[in-house]
Design a protein around this ligand. Structure first.
Ligand SMILES: [Zn+2]
Length: 461
């Protein structure tokens, strides 16, 4: 059982500095934790949920009343420090051990915060008692005060502003570890928990972003990661509703959206989006509703009526196994065969709706390349991640001699990467439009520092 205490509040702002008001950040952190513990199924209460003035006795009363005066209650009192220092520290009661405080510090360190220490503090006038009321007056509970950093230290303040969610999550993780309860990272789309074997490169790939973006978003100065480290996923906006497996979400097209940007946001391909929504064009209109397939869900396929095959039920068959084998559903089988029960008899003949295979798109997917002085087929093939044979076939070339100015069609590489050779009159905007992407996207992919292009420059789209 957990009681979360947002330090200060109302008339008592706590520390103030570098545009941080302690009571507000304490409340933000506390609300975040409250939601996370609820998600994780741990009983949780808050001492205050608004900007309320809480005198110590009332605060303590709420702590004790939340789940009773019980050693199984963990109290997390959230504070931001001030007074010339840097990093996080944890204060725990004389009646408790340092196990949980140290776990909290370890996780905060993984989340990128500097760590000071976990300590107990005694009342000078009665050294058998705790110095702070949050430890002294809170009965048998395990009362822990967490100071996340120093807001009067500019560097710490900046980190607190950017990373407070990571720090709050670090504490959640430590508590789950301490309770030996399964920890599930936030379902939110904007954080990623580093798993064993991960590298920045593999994560970037997984998250459909770049190593540079990952490093920039997380203020990383090295490529070293630690397991459990929480990374912010570079993303403009979190996905509104997390897709439920086996279903789809609806997305309302907003100004500036493209099929590419939407597909990217949801980690699916543009093709899948088009297929799933039966789109005939890549133009979107604001307010248009798109169905976003959950990864792994194939789009519903219309079965032309009248196309069946006959299947004779074999020993061991059931509707589920047959449906699986023929890529259909139990419902579909029952409907097609007017079945009123799922019981089958051996030798029974079932009509199986035939699933038409999805016709392969013809591949007009190529780019045009103008042969430059000094070019040869091999160099061009290499540049575009294809082969000389493929280029020769694609262009019906009888020899590998090229002439300057000759236009070659280059098939898109198998990796799906599109390259584009800048022509006279092109600009980033027109190219982005042509490929249904954004100027920023192209700049990131090509490491462009400005919008200036040179004719003949090769861009990865
Ligand atoms: Zn405080």
């Amino acid at each position: 059982m957990i009681v979360i205490d947002a330090g200060h509040g109302g008339d008592d702002p706590g520390a103030i500095g570098n545009n941080i008001i302690e009571k507000d950040l304490n409340l933000d952190i506390s609300k975040y934790m409250y939601n996370r513990f609820r998600e994780l199924g741990v009983p949780v209460q808050m001492t205050r949920t608004t900007d309320e003035t809480l005198p110590p006795d009332e605060r303590v009363r709420r702590v004790i009343n939340a789940f009773g005066n019980n050693p199984n209650v963990i109290v997390l009192s959230n504070h931001i420090n001030a007074g010339v220092g840097d990093g996080a520290e944890v204060i725990y009661a004389l009646r408790n051990t340092s196990t949980l405080p140290n776990l909290i510090l370890e996780e905060l360190a993984k989340a990128g915060q500097n760590i000071r220490k976990a300590y107990q503090r005694r009342l000078p006038s009665d050294t058998a008692k705790d110095y702070y009321f949050m430890q002294r007056e809170t009965g048998n509970t395990q009362a822990i005060t967490i100071e996340y950093g120093f807001l009067d230290n500019a560097a710490d303040a900046a980190q607190l502003k950017n990373n407070w969610q990571n720090y709050a999550e670090a504490v959640v993780k430590a508590v789950m570890q301490y309770l030996k309860l399964p920890y599930i990272p936030p379902v939110g789309i904007d954080v990623y928990i580093v798993q064993p074997g991960d590298t920045l490169w593999s994560i970037a790939k997984k998250l459909n972003t770049t190593v540079d973006d990952l490093k920039a978003t997380n203020n990383l100065t090295t490529n070293l990661l630690s397991v459990g480290q929480i990374l912010k996923i570079p993303s403009v906006e979190p996905v509104p509703i997390p897709p439920v497996p086996g279903e789809y979400t609806e997305y309302v097209v907003k100004s500036g959206d493209t099929l590419y940007s939407i597909a990217k946001r949801y980690g699916i391909s543009v093709d899948k989006l088009i297929q799933f929504n039966n789109l005939k064009t890549s133009d979107l209109s604001i307010g248009q509703i798109l169905k976003i397939p959950t990864p792994g869900v194939t789009p519903p396929i219309e079965v032309p009526s009248g196309e069946f095959i006959s299947y004779t039920v074999q020993p061991g068959d059931n509707l589920y196994s047959i449906a699986q084998r023929y890529n259909t559903t139990i419902d579909e089988l029952m409907k097609t065969n007017n079945l009123t029960t799922t019981l089958l008899s051996i030798g029974q003949i079932l009509k199986i709706p035939v699933t038409p295979s999805i016709p392969l798109e013809p591949t007009p997917e190529y780019i045009e390349y103008i042969v430059q002085p000094g070019d040869n087929l091999y160099a061009i093939a290499k540049k575009y991640d294809t082969t000389t044979t493929e280029i020769m076939q694609f262009n019906n070339l009888k020899s590998n001699l090229l002439s300057i100015g000759q236009v070659l069609k280059i098939p898109k590489s198998s990796s799906g990467q599109i390259t584009y050779v800048v022509k006279s009159g092109d600009n980033l905007y027109s190219i982005a439009k042509k490929y249904n992407t954004t100027v920023d996207e192209i700049k990131i992919k090509n490491n462009l520092k400005s919008n200036l292009l040179n004719i003949g420059q090769v861009l990865v789209i």
